[in-house]
Design a protein around this ligand. Structure first.
Ligand SMILES: CC(C)(COP(=O)(O)OP(=O)(O)OC[C@H]1O[C@@H](n2cnc3c(N)ncnc32)[C@H](O)[C@@H]1OP(=O)(O)O)[C@@H](O)C(=O)NCCC(=O)NCCS
Length: 187
């Protein structure tokens, strides 16, 4: 009985914290000239980081799962349409243009990253060589399986599926199913 009561109270407490956190992020996004729709949910340990100059537009019913991060660089332009879920401990890095279409579901531990280090000169330290920034466009109603990685200059077509633990190095056609490392069409 007492355990049920404690569990109920801690659930209610977490719900209240989630509401406060989500409201804070609505203000934070607007402070950076971004736009955000209704029902933003930012779960425990999740973060949105926007560097000055970065632009963010988030639609209705966006959920950023527990421990997940959305990072927007100074030249980043992020458009997140309605009804998008980003799972637990996923990381999304946008230094360039990133679009995620309506209804797309991103599972846990997914990394979406639109930039690489330059490394062509072995005599110079990596950190001094700068980087390549690309774009990522994820269509509507896409499902990205757990533990997958999506790299720069990728377009994922509407209704596509990316299998668990895939590394997406090439664009994915609409309605196709890709899987593996590197991800290849399986259906
Ligand atoms: C991609 C997926 C949806 C395909 O499911 P399916 O349509 O039932 O596919 P099948 O099981 O018929 O597999 C077809 C082929 O692809 C291979 N395959 C399926 N998923 C794979 C994956 N993630 N990585 C590598 N190969 C995969 C299968 O081994 C099979 O190969 P074969 O024809 O040589 O035997 C599923 O395998 C998957 O990865 N689901 C993601 C689960 C997940 O991350 N859930 C998170 C909760 S939101």
């Amino acid at each position: 009985m007492i355990f049920r009561a404690i569990r109920h109270l801690s659930y209610r407490y977490e719900q209240s914290l989630e509401k406060i956190r989500s409201r804070y992020y609505v203000h934070f996004i607007r402070l950076y000239d971004g736009t955000v729709g209704d029902n933003l949910v930012i779960r425990r340990g999740a973060k949105i980081l926007i560097t000055k100059g970065g632009k963010v537009s988030i639609g209705n019913n966006f959920v950023l799962g527990e421990g997940a991060d959305l990072f927007v660089g100074k030249d980043g332009k992020v458009k997140i349409e309605d009804g998008i879920f980003i799972g637990k401990n996923s990381t999304v890095v946008a230094n360039g243009n990133l679009t995620i279409g309506a209804g797309t579901q991103i599972a846990h531990l997914v990394t979406i990253i639109d930039s690489d280090h330059k490394f062509s000169d072995p005599k110079r330290p990596l950190v001094e060589q700068g980087g390549h920034i690309g774009h990522i466009t994820i269509g509507k109603d896409v499902w990205i399986g757990a533990n997958s990685v999506v790299l720069k200059n990728i377009d994922i077509g509407d209704h596509a599926v990316v299998g668990a633990s895939s590394v997406v190095t090439k664009s994915v056609p609409t309605r196709s199913v890709v899987a593996g490392n590197p991800a290849k069409k399986i259906k």
